[in-house]
Ligand binder design. Structure first.
Ligand code: NAD
Ligand code: A1AUG
Length: 567
């Protein structure tokens, strides 16, 4: 279709002077502002608390059937699986099915076909679906998303609100905003009546596999729907233990008008899914968030199959962490104590950003220890639909075994001393007490490995060994996700900023290591914590496009030889 380019604001003033008719249609994107979705307070008597309470009752009263959805087809095959409440593991809230290899292949086919049609949908039309969905998530569907997250993933009301309401909505609104901002760039056309240069965003040829973790509902939404926003076809494998909340996102997107087949909802056994997608010649990208071993396995499979593919698949993986708080002798003790308790124990330490090791100078050891123990003792553990509860249960039996394994191990090691908590009980729910351990070994596995549970390890250093201890932060683990330093000494902070440069993708000064906000602290780590593509930042959407540069010439090429040849 012919387009009059002089109406495009993206072109330079010089190009506009000499407008021509071109076959290239640059995106028209309607304007809107973007702001973070407010986090509601859930105070007693508030409307949001009443609405959430009603929705929790509704969600808990049924075992919801969740099929596989490929295009317009719903599939229930094989033995059913169940999502249970981690804090009451006899209580089933969703019944679902694992897609077989054949079904996954069908999803690949459907999403790759859908991609071709969807990529032709004008950006403005796509954007309006995302806008509508974000409004639905922030409004009418807010509490159904939160209830599924509280019950299915055992998050307290406030932790669910931060995740399945605010962060999810923010991902949808900000990615649209970033897309719009990035689309403003158009290359230089020196004389647009002779040659017009432009660039357009294309989806990737093939399909994207989105593989999401259990711990953030919002991450599932971002992994599946940001590639879709950019014109891709997606096969989404949600986590078994975040199934219901993820299913609710999928339905909201359908209701908001996303054509079927663009995102296909394909719960599956992890390795079966991984093997099938990495064997497909159509694989154009993997959008993964989860643990290091899973991402390493996927990367290896892609490497082995490299000659099969028609593209180099983009591999985006945001993985685990061994996040630290480093305390300088000048630190504000209250900020250290409160920030560390929140970071280590909110959502049972199951945020990838959770603080799990803290370096404390001997000069502040006593007050910090006392503060941590006092605050720890106040934390109520239980059913997170009870608004007085600070933390629920850990996600499943595997997590329970892994975390309690570290605690048992610490009990048998003379270098480690459990100073708070250490108890656990998996009989009704997978409950683990918030646990604080002191170690005399900065290389102990408690200080080095990702535990992903409510276990904080404290290493006390001699004040005179400040710089030596600072160096240990980066040298003792392969992770580099989040980290925080606490100090009132500006000179030390400047030193730490440099010394710790590579130890964290998200670095905090006098603040806890958790709680990044979309558009404020784009998120992701380096080293073995991931590819650091910064979800919630402007570059993330660009990972899901294969931009095309177009040069269109309006003046005929009249000569083969060069003018100087005729001199
Ligand atoms: N860096 C980040 O932004 C970030 C955010 C959230 C979670 N995480 C990390 O995620 C981990 C916790 O999540 P999890 O327990 O769900 O991780 P996980 O690696 O066990 O699972 C992640 C997803 O991969 C799937 N899977 C498992 N094996 C697979 C395979 N062989 N092929 C394909 N898919 C497979 C799972 O079913 C799940 O959907 C922690 O390590 C945490 O630090 C990182
Ligand atoms: N973005 C979240 C963590 C996400 C990983 O689990 C935070 O910063 O706390």
């Amino acid at each position: 279709m012919l387009a009059v380019l002089c109406s495009r604001t993206a072109l330079s003033a010089r190009s506009l002077e000499r407008c021509v008719s071109s076959v290239v249609e640059l995106p028209k994107l309607h304007n809107f502002g973007v702001q973070n979705e407010p986090v509601l307070g859930y105070r007693a008597g508030s409307q949001e608390r009443d609405l959430l309470t009603a929705e929790l009752q509704r969600t808990a009263a049924v075992t919801e059937e969740v099929p596989i959805v490929i295009g317009d087809e719903t599939i229930k095959e094989g033995e059913p699986h169940f999502q249970v409440m981690p804090h009451d593991h006899h209580h089933k809230i969703a019944k679902f099915y694992y897609a077989s290899e054949k079904t996954i292949q069908k999803a690949i086919q459907v999403s790759a076909e859908a991609q071709k049609r969807w990529d032709r949908t004008p950006l403005d039309e796509r954007v309006q679906i995302w806008q509508k969905a974000a409004d639905m998530m922030a409004g009418a569907h807010r509490q159904s998303l939160n209830a599924a997250t509280v019950l299915g993933q055992s998050k307290s009301a406030i932790q669910a609100e931060i995740d399945s309401a605010a962060e999810l909505v923010d991902f949808f609104r900000f990615n649209v905003f970033f897309l719009k901002e990035n689309a403003k760039y158009q290359p230089i056309s020196e004389n647009a009546s002779v040659t017009l240069n432009s660039m357009r965003f294309r989806g990737l040829d093939g399909f994207i596999a989105a593989i999401s973790p259990f711990n953030f509902t919002a991450i599932g939404g971002n992994l599946a729907y940001t590639p879709a926003l950019m014109g891709n076809g997606v096969v989404w494998k949600p986590s078994d233990t975040a199934l219901l909340s993820n299913w609710r996102i999928f339905n909201i997107m359908r209701e908001a008008g996303l054509p079927s087949g663009v995102v296909n909802f394909v719960p599956a056994d992890g390795p079966t899914f991984g093997r099938t997608i990495t064997k497909s010649p159509k694989l154009s990208g993997i959008n993964f968030t989860g643990s290091v071993p899973t991402f390493n396995w996927l990367w290896n499979e892609v490497g082995k199959n490299l000659n099969l593919y028609s593209n180099y698949p983009r591999l985006i993986g945001e993985c685990g962490g061994k996040n630290y708080h480093f305390v300088h002798p000048s630190a504000d003790i209250q900020s250290v104590v409160n920030g560390t308790i929140r970071s280590a124990f909110e959502y049972c330490g199951q945020k990838c950003s959770a603080c799990s090791r803290i370096y404390v100078p001997k000069s502040l050891h006593e007050p910090i220890k006392e503060g941590l123990l006092q605050e720890r003792a106040k934390l109520k553990v239980g059913d997170p639909s009870d608004f007085s509860v600070f933390m629920g249960a850990v996600i499943d039996d595997k997590a329970f075994a892994r975390i309690t394994g570290y605690i048992k191990n610490a009990k048998g090691n003379p270098k480690n001393k459990i100073i708070g908590g250490g108890g656990f009980d998996g009989s009704k729910g997978y409950f683990v007490e918030p646990t604080i351990i002191e170690t005399s070994d900065p290389h102990d596995k408690l200080m080095v490995e990702e535990i992903f549970g409510p276990v904080l390890t404290v290493y006390v250093y001699d004040d005179k060994d400040l710089m030596k201890t600072l160096a240990l932060v980066g040298s003792s683990t392969k992770f580099a996700l989040t980290g925080a330093v606490f100090s009132k000494d500006k000179k030390f902070l400047e030193t730490a900023l440099e010394e710790l440069k590579m130890t964290a993708g998200n670095f905090y000064i006098n603040d806890k290591s958790t709680g990044s906000v979309v558009g404020q602290q784009p998120f992701g780590g380096g080293r073995m914590s991931g590819t650091n593509d910064k979800a919630g930042g402007p570059n993330y959407v660009m990972r899901w496009t294969s931009p095309q540069s177009i040069k269109e010439t309006f003046a005929p090429l009249t000569d083969i030889d060069y003018p100087y040849m005729r001199d």
